[in-house]
Ligand binder design. Structure first.
Ligand code: MV4
Length: 445
């Protein structure tokens, strides 16, 4: 039985996890770097252990330090949150061998899904549509060019070990292929230690639709509906919503079924997300699987009423799913805006001290954050200050509620993305679901 969880993370997600542990009567251990001495997660946890200096590599990614923290606090389990060690199969395996419950899927699944080519192959076996492309790693540029001509340009070159948009190259014509391919290979090698790349047809007018799934250690899998995360910049999501708007019931049902089939095929045994590329108004294709809790999970919690962290812990503790698909009910529409310490025009990070702040509340509003008046945002980590989530009867009500909540939000001392969100909530393309046209304008690939 899980009695004490060490949270191998910081910021809003550490706070989010501590809250659910408290409600479950589970003790919590925070870890922190010297830059986070005064952080909210340190104050909120039952115990806290310093694991190193500010640099993540020496603290939040320092496995020996974290194992020592587990040892001295007698924690029986680890929640990795997102980022840092969340999708590191070696860390999950060490925990397994060490008799510590890793709150996530088993290490073999993390390892298998971390190889995007293997993930594609695994879901294809159960007839889940994948983007037209190569089924093997491509090592020779001439072979890559030949395959790209078969697929038809534009194509996108992706690192097998990448994911989340890292190491992607879009190629519009055969003339620019070889150069892009060689660059992609060497970037993959230096970023991930593996040069393997694969090629897919590139769909410009597509949306990022993903499905939250949940599987236990006994083979049961259910979905918690879909989300749209198309509003991104440099592969950083800025706005997420659930359900994905402007998707017909027929296509939605097919996407949801494909997600459950994919999760079942790999024996998925915790909460996870299946990413799809949705090409309005017709096809959808599997992209990759994320084996962690995601930043945007609260929009799904809002429309289902399911505490996803609680289910994560229960599954890791060997419990059976408490839900069959028919027990999951969907209500209304939820939107999340990521409030980053960044310039709202250039998105350049803006670390510094928050002189004062006041967070929105009221009916249908949730603010997940770890900042407080006087808090100094360190320059060392990502710039997420918090997530503002609203829930309404329908998408229009959610948009109106988000506008109201953004107007209430007050953060003084650092620049934030709040103004960007206010503009988006009044944007007619966003209102009418022309989300995909934002892809290239707002991103640099
Ligand atoms: C794509 C794509 C179009 N065609 N793959 C981005 C995150 C990663 N998980 C997959 N991503 C994409 N894969 C094919 N075959 C479009 C995206 C994509 C994207 C690409 C460029 C700029 C912004 C983007 C935002 C969301 C998805």
């Amino acid at each position: 039985m899980i009695h004490k969880v060490l949270i191998a993370n910081r910021g809003e997600i550490a706070v989010r996890i501590i809250r659910t542990c408290r409600e479950m009567g589970i003790k919590t251990v925070a870890i922190y770097s010297t830059a986070d001495k005064g952080a909210a997660h340190v104050r909120m946890a039952d115990q806290a252990v310093c694991v190193g200096p500010p640099a993540s590599a020496e603290s939040y990614l320092n496995v020996p330090s974290i194992l020592s923290a587990i040892e001295i606090t007698d924690a029986d389990s680890v929640h990795p949150g997102y980022g840092f060690l969340a999708e590191n199969p070696a860390f999950a395996e060490i925990c397994e061998n060490y008799g510590v419950k890793f709150i996530g899927p088993s290490s073999e699944i993390i390892r298998a899904m971390g190889d995007k080519i293997e993930a594609r192959r695994a879901v294809q076996k159960v007839k889940v549509p994948v983007v037209p492309g190569s089924d093997e790693a491509i090592t020779e540029e001439e072979e890559g060019l030949r395959i790209s001509k078969e697929i038809g340009f534009p194509v996108i070159i992706k690192a097998a070990a990448g994911g989340g948009g890292r190491g992607m190259k879009i190629v519009h014509s055969p003339a620019s292929f070889i150069n892009a391919f060689l660059t992609s290979q060497s970037e993959a090698l230096s970023a991930f230690g593996v040069p393997d790349v694969y090629i897919e047809k590139y769909f410009e007018h597509s949306r990022h639709v993903e499905v939250q799934v949940m599987g236990d250690r006994f083979g049961s899998v259910v979905h918690l509906g879909d989300r749209d995360c198309s509003v991104q910049r440099r592969h950083q999501k800025l706005i997420e919503e659930a359900p994905a708007p402007f998707v017909s019931a027929r296509i939605r049902n097919r996407i949801l079924k494909a997600a459950v089939d994919a999760a079942t095929a790999v024996g998925y045994n915790n909460v996870g997300t299946i990413e799809f590329l949705y090409v309005p108004d017709g096809e959808f294709y599997f992209l990759e699987m994320n084996t962690r809790i995601q930043v945007e999970h609260p929009v799904t919690e809002a429309i289902t009423g399911v505490d996803i962290v609680r289910e994560q812990i229960r599954i890791a503790d060997g419990k059976k799913l408490r839900f069959e698909q028919k027990d999951i009910h969907f209500h209304g529409h939820a939107i999340e805006c990521r409030i980053n310490a960044e310039d709202p025009e250039t998105f350049v990070p803006s670390p510094g001290t928050i002189r004062s702040c006041l967070f929105p509340g009221g009916f249908g509003v949730r603010m997940d954050t770890a900042v407080y008046p006087g808090y100094t945002v360190p320059p060392t980590y990502d710039s997420l200050l918090g997530k503002l989530i609203v829930h309404g009867e329908d998408r229009n009500e959610a948009i109106m509620r988000m506008r109201r909540a953004l107007d209430e939000l007050w953060i003084d001392g650092v620049k934030t993305t709040t103004e960007f969100h206010k503009k988006m909530m009044g944007n007619s393309d966003f209102a009418e679901g022309r989300l995909w046209t934002n892809f290239l304008a707002k991103s640099r690939v």
